[in-house]
Design a protein around this ligand. Structure first.
Ligand code: 3PG
Length: 306
């Protein structure tokens, strides 16, 4: 009998867990749920006899993979898999997958929600500003970026995008202006919504040069990863420009400093919550469960990332 471990520090909704359990019951798999675990050692213990592992942003490093002696597959229920040591997984013959697109709408709604919240002065009675007519630059036009563009158009924003990995025809067919460099995107748009993954190339890539080139009213919205920001460069922009604002679902390391010095110009969610909706939990949890069953029963490696 195959055993699946669902290890999520940030738990799925109860409905999602029930649905996922149902899929594994039908496949006659054993399931263990380890949520809100206080220590990484709990994961190391629980993974010992698991054939398959479902995670979210949970850290799956060499230690975890080596502890999982029977482990065959890890599915990151979500998009970004920078929390998984792919090299070790590959070395140990463990398949790693993500569930692209399953939580995208939730993240996209939060990106626009934070923009509205900031523009309406944190929902205080003070006069705010509107999104209509403003230019939004989408940096990386994947599943989330595309939905951000769609919603932004509903707000009457002018939408631009830059993504060297997406065919410009796809971007243009969505009625979005396709830019051919990050530089040309940032220097045109008051709002930039970040959707790049963290990789060796993107780490610290959003810094002074790009941010200081943004027009008056510059607002950076980050629902991707904090590591893509060069925080020193961003802090310099804050000191030089009174109009610059930063909204993020992944608080920067310099959170306290920014909150203290630039009140009203920054907003950080208390805890990363972009994908934390009932719908996103259900979609990504169910997709992860189905991918595991299809892999174990049929060897299906769709969505393999290593
Ligand atoms: C993702 O990469 O899918 C998002 O960042 C959501 O991450 P989470 O599952 O930890 O909320």
């Amino acid at each position: 009998m195959s055993k699946v471990l669902i290890a999520t520090v940030k738990p799925f909704s109860a409905e999602a867990v029930e649905e996922v359990k149902g899929i594994f019951k039908e496949a006659a798999y054993e399931v263990e749920v380890l949520s809100k675990y206080p220590d990484q050692s709990d994961l190391l213990t629980a993974v010992r006899d698991a054939d398959a592992l479902i995670i979210r942003s949970d850290k799956v490093d060499r230690e975890v993979i080596e502890a999982g002696k029977k482990l065959k597959i890890v599915v990151r229920a979500g998009a970004g898999y920078d929390n998984v040591d792919l090299a070790t997984a590959t070395e140990k013959g463990v398949v790693v997958m993500n569930t692209p697109g399953q939580n995208s709408n939730a993240v996209a709604e939060l990106a626009l929600g934070m923009m509205v919240f900031m523009n309406r002065t944190g929902f205080t009675p003070a006069a705010g500003t509107e999104l209509r007519g403003k230019k939004l630059g989408i940096h990386a036009y994947g599943a989330v970026g595309r939905i951000v563009g769609l919603i932004a158009k509903g707000f009457g924003m002018k939408v631009y995008a830059y993504d060297p990995f997406v065919d410009p025809v796809i971007i243009k067919n969505d009625g979005v202006v396709c830019e051919d460099s990050a530089e040309s995107l940032y220097c045109k748009c008051q709002y930039i919504s970040l959707h790049i993954p963290v990789t060796a190339e993107t780490r610290g890539s959003i810094g002074y040069d790009l941010l200081s080139s943004m027009p008056e009213g510059a607002t950076l919205v980050n629902t991707a990863r904090k590591e893509v920001i060069d925080e020193e460069g961003m802090k310099r922009v804050f000191t030089e420009r009174a109009d610059f604002r930063y909204l993020s679902d992944i608080a920067p390391d310099c959170r306290e400093e920014l909150e203290e010095k630039y009140k009203g110009r920054v907003f950080f969610t208390p805890k990363k919550m972009g994908a934390q909706t009932a719908e996103a939990n259900l979609n990504s949890g169910v997709a992860a469960a189905r991918q595991i069953v299809n892999f174990i029963e049929k060897g299906d490696t769709t969505f393999k990332v290593n």
